[in-house]
Structure formats: C-alpha cells, structure tokens
Design a binder for this molecule. Structure first.
Ligand code: GUN
Length: 297
C-alpha cells in the first residue's frame, strides 16, 4: 500500500493560524511582533525565500521587513546593521539569509545577533540551550518544523530509532538535539558523507530523516518497510521545462512511497514548516520582550 502523505502545507497553515492568534494577543498588549530579514546579494533561491518570509509575517498580522545589501558589501556594514537591529525595540527577530557571499564570515555574523533576537536558532547560545533542553531556547526552524509534523501526524518518537542523514548545523545536528530530549525520547543515529555502508544504517530507521541536499539519493532499498520518511531536501534540478528546473527532495519519492508507511512530499512537506516555525519563534521573542518589561528587566 502506498505511504500516507504528511502534508506540511496543511500543518503549516494550522501553525500559522495559531501564530496569528498569539500575535493578536501580543498586539493587544501594545507590541507588534516584528521580523527583519537581511538579504545580502541576489541569490535567486534566497530572494524567493525572503519574499515568502516577509509575506508570511504580514499575513500573521506581524511586521515583516527585508533589508537588502549589495553582494559586495563589507562585513563591517552588515555587522553595523545587525548592531542597529539589535538595539531597535521594534525588531524582535533578526534573520540573516544564508548563504552569504564568500568574502563574508558567516559565523561572526551569527554571533553578532543578540540571542534573544536569534529566531533562526543559529547562535551558539541557542544551539547550546537546544542541546541541553532549556525551555527558552530558540530551536532552529526546520528541525522544529519536522518535530511538529511528526507530532501532528501522530507519530510517536518515544523509543523509536531515528536515523538522520546529514550533519549540518541547521538541520542534522539540531534535529538530533531535539529528538534525544526527554519527552521526544528517540534513539538517534546521525549519518554523513563519511558513513560506511549508509544503507545498513538507514534500513534500521523507524523514522528516517533525509537532509543532505542530494536529489533522490534515498532509494526504496534503503528504507525499512513501514518506516516514516521525512524529506528535508529541496534541490533545484535543471530540466527542459519552461522554468528550466524543478524541485526534488533527497528522497526518491516514487520508489520510497511504495515502502514507507508515511512520507513528506517535496514541495509541500518540510519547506512550509520552516517559515511557520520562524513566525512562531518571532512571536515568542516578542512575548518575552513583554515578560522582561513586566519584570522590570
Ligand atoms: N537559508 C536557507 N534556509 C535558511 C534558514 O532557515 N535561515 C537562514 N538564515 N538562511 C537560510
């Protein structure tokens, strides 16, 4: 029987409704949650992502603005902008769209953002808080979105063997951090480009999470029958269509959907969840501003 589809589009719409309600409650207390996205250069995929983030903010009743810098901007210019946004009380969340141009030091940029405004969850303070399970951590949006998808689809991670393929700082590592926490209680394996006999690991997964950025690399023979398969990959694959490309996940959907019990599509799976969780983090950041004000801090 073909796998049941887990629709990120539907789950993200629900999260965004909740976020809009939470945002309205914050607005009623006199503060409009605001996200500022910084885009350096004109990478086509980043330009599309940034536009959707800004639009999603507005649709949730929040302030969303994008500040664009030229691709040849100096590191100091970007850091001065971050300092200004750090100090601006109307800005609750700051996101610097990745990838940055090659001459920039991305680590230094991430560290420059105040952890309280780091709604991407990339600052080492939030990375550490996520790992040790502190409740005020901003968890990175994509792994948080995967966890929400699993929760809403009724997939119990407790005691399950979750195999993550990919060890990036924005998906693989934080995904493991979230799944090993008490409450999530998964047994986690992280595989990467140097893993020997990858398929021997993926075939053991009750829940397989692919986040490598290689189109259709997870094939049906690598999946245990009945496994839940989450595809984080969004790869542009050139083709002869009018657009010149199509989007493809890391999972060979046609083959794997014949073996898995549940699967996320690309597009319409994990992708929409990332933005929904970003909005959620931004409202949380604004709520915490109010809490700090109330506490006189
Ligand atoms: N580029 C692709 N995904 C992301 C993301 O979640 N955050 C940032 N800052 N850049 C990205």
């Amino acid at each position: 029987m073909p796998a049941e589809l887990i629709s990120g589009t539907a789950v993200a719409a629900r999260v965004r409704e909740e976020v809009a309600r939470d945002a309205a409650a914050v607005i009623a207390r006199g503060v409009t949650p605001g996200l500022t996205v910084v885009l350096v250069g004109e990478d086509p995929a980043s330009t599309v992502y940034v536009r959707s983030k800004e639009k999603a903010c507005r649709e949730a009743g929040m302030n969303g603005e994008t500040i664009r810098l030229a691709a040849d901007s100096a590191q100091e210019v970007l850091e001065a902008l971050i300092d200004r946004l750090n100090a601006d009380p109307a800005v609750h969340g700051i996101l610097v769209q990745s990838p940055l141009p090659k001459h920039m030091d991305e680590n230094a940029v991430v560290r420059r953002i105040r952890p309280e405004k780091d709604v991407d969850g990339f600052h080492p303070v939030n990375v550490g808080k996520t790992l040790i399970g502190e409740p005020d951590a901003f968890a990175p949006c994509t792994p948080a979105g995967v966890q929400e998808l699993l929760r809403v689809a009724g997939i119990d991670t407790r005691g399950a063997h979750c195999v993550i393929v990919g060890r990036s700082n924005i998906v693989g590592k934080p995904m493991a951090s979230l799944l090993i926490q008490q409450g999530a209680d998964a047994t986690v394996t992280i595989c990467h480009s140097r893993t020997r006999d990858l398929a021997s690991h993926t075939r053991q997964a009750d829940i397989l999470i692919a986040a490598v950025g290689r189109p259709s690399m997870i094939t049906a023979d690598m999946v245990k029958p009945g496994a839940v398969v989450i595809d984080v990959g969004i790869n542009r694959v050139n083709d002869a269509s009018a657009k010149g490309y199509h989007l493809e996940g890391d999972v060979d959907f046609a083959g794997v959907s014949q073996v898995a019990s549940h699967i996320t599509p690309v597009p319409g799976g994990v992708g929409p969840m990332t933005i929904a969780m970003l909005l959620r983090n931004t409202v949380r950041a604004a709520e915490r501003t109010l809490e700090r004000q109330a506490a006189g801090a």
